[in-house]
Design a protein around this ligand. Structure first.
Ligand code: ATP
Ligand code: MG
Length: 389
């Protein structure tokens, strides 16, 4: 790419009210541009980063036999009524009507839609297990969209759903997906923890969150200094009734665990840290298959509800998380796997023919080798080019 052709509207000013490094630097670097509250455009550099994250996810999903699909974004309200979530989901669910007065929902997550494409088509235990996923825009009318693309209303999620004929098989898949998600985050160059999470309103038997470690994270984690154990503070403090909600707020601000600070898995010491939730994996059991009638015939010809798992990863939030973990006073520091370009050739004096020829030749050679390169061929001062770089 040539800088003279690149669309990267860099700015000196931070977006109004921005507090997070990722929000400030992704905007200032011309990677993203806000349209309205919680709505963002991804400009060429930002789009390249998203694609890189997607590619790594796709590669790791292929290894575990998860298959990519793409389901309609506008989803019939009837499916949500069938599952009983139309009301439960609350105001985050954006409802729309078409010209014939039919009601729809802009997909905030796709359990119902995924079950809908599997039910009646997959009928025998012989066709299980099955793991389907998509890389898809989601819409949640968040009460407080904030921190740039970290908590948008429209955001890119990779959402996978698995279908099984037994709890044991779901457990196996859950572990496989956990390993795959760890591999993805490792390849992206992120420091992270997998923590025990609250199963929330959906219920279910197991739930883990993938947390990128960053001081700016909204979640507080108790992590072991000696082993891999970690838990979201909500789970660790065993907060399960409404009164405890207030305690969560208090615990969010505490710097040290008092009293019970021994790891439940080893003798190690637990300490507190902050994390950004970039993924959430969940054993659903029959929560959706039962109301939606997603059944199969077992070995004895008996009808059974399918057992399901769900695995979400916030693709656009990961982009912000990379910058929360990697930045300095000059801006974004991309990891090797996420950088929009690997090399930026700055020609300090474009009028110097020898310099220009050297730079152009280098540019040609790197391109031929398939190395992603930008050449800053603008008639600008070196300092100006350095700032943009
Ligand atoms: P949070 O607790 O941050 O609101 P959630 O529990 O509602 O997230 P899930 O329903 O588990 O999120 O969605 C899967 C993943 O999608 C999350 O782990 C997160 O990475 C991402 N995600 C969820 N909401 C948003 C949002 N508003 N903007 C960007 N990414 C999001
Ligand atoms: Mg979650």
């Amino acid at each position: 790419m040539r800088f003279t052709r690149l669309y990267a509207p860099t700015t000196k000013e931070a977006p109004q009210g921005a507090v997070l490094a990722s929000h400030i630097y992704l905007s200032r670097a011309g990677c993203i541009a806000q349209v309205a509250s919680g709505l963002y455009n991804y400009l060429p550099l930002g789009k390249r980063v998203l694609k890189k994250i997607e590619t790594i996810i796709n590669e790791e999903m292929a290894k575990v036999y998860a298959q990519e699909v793409e389901l309609s974004f506008v989803t019939p309200i009837e499916l949500w009524e069938e599952s009983g979530r139309a009301d439960k989901f609350g105001k985050e669910l954006l409802r729309v009507k078409d010209r014939k007065d039919n009601s729809f929902v802009l997909g905030p997550t796709h359990e119902e839609m995924m079950v809908n494409i599997v039910r009646k088509k997959v009928t025998s235990y012989k066709q299980l297990p099955l793991n389907l996923y998509q890389m898809k825009i989601k819409f949640r009318d968040e009460a407080r969209p904030r921190f740039g693309v970290m908590r948008g209303r429209e955001f890119l999620m990779k959402d996978a759903y698995s279908f099984h004929a037994s709890e044991e098989d779901l457990d196996r898949e859950f572990n496989t997906m956990e390993v795959a998600y760890k591999t993805i985050l490792t390849r992206l160059g992120l420091d992270f923890r997998v923590v025990e999470a609250d199963s929330g309103a959906i219920g279910g038997s197991g739930s883990k969150e993938l947390m990128v470690i960053a001081d700016s994270g909204e979640d507080t984690l108790a992590v072991c200094d000696s082993c891999e154990y970690g838990a979201n503070i909500e789970v660790y403090m065993n907060l399960d009734d409404e009164n405890d909600e207030a305690e969560v707020v208090e615990y969010t601000d505490i710097k040290e665990l008092k009293g019970d600070d021994n790891c439940p898995q080893c003798s190690g010491k637990l300490s507190l840290t902050k994390g950004i939730e970039v993924g959430h994996i969940f054993k659903l059991g029959t929560t959706y298959s039962k109301p939606l009638g997603c059944t199969y015939l077992d070995e004895n010809g008996k009808s059974q509800d399918m057992i399901m798992g769900t695995y979400g990863m916030g693709v656009s939030r990961i982009m912000a998380a990379v910058i929360e973990q990697h930045n300095d006073e000059k801006g974004c520091i991309w990891t090797d796997a996420t950088t929009p370009y690997k090399v930026n050739i700055l020609i300090s004096n474009i009028k110097d023919e020898a310099q220009l020829a050297y730079g152009e030749n280098l540019y040609k050679e790197l391109n031929a080798k398939g190395i992603e390169v930008i050449i800053d061929d603008r008639k600008e001062r070196f300092g100006f080019k350095m700032k943009d770089a």
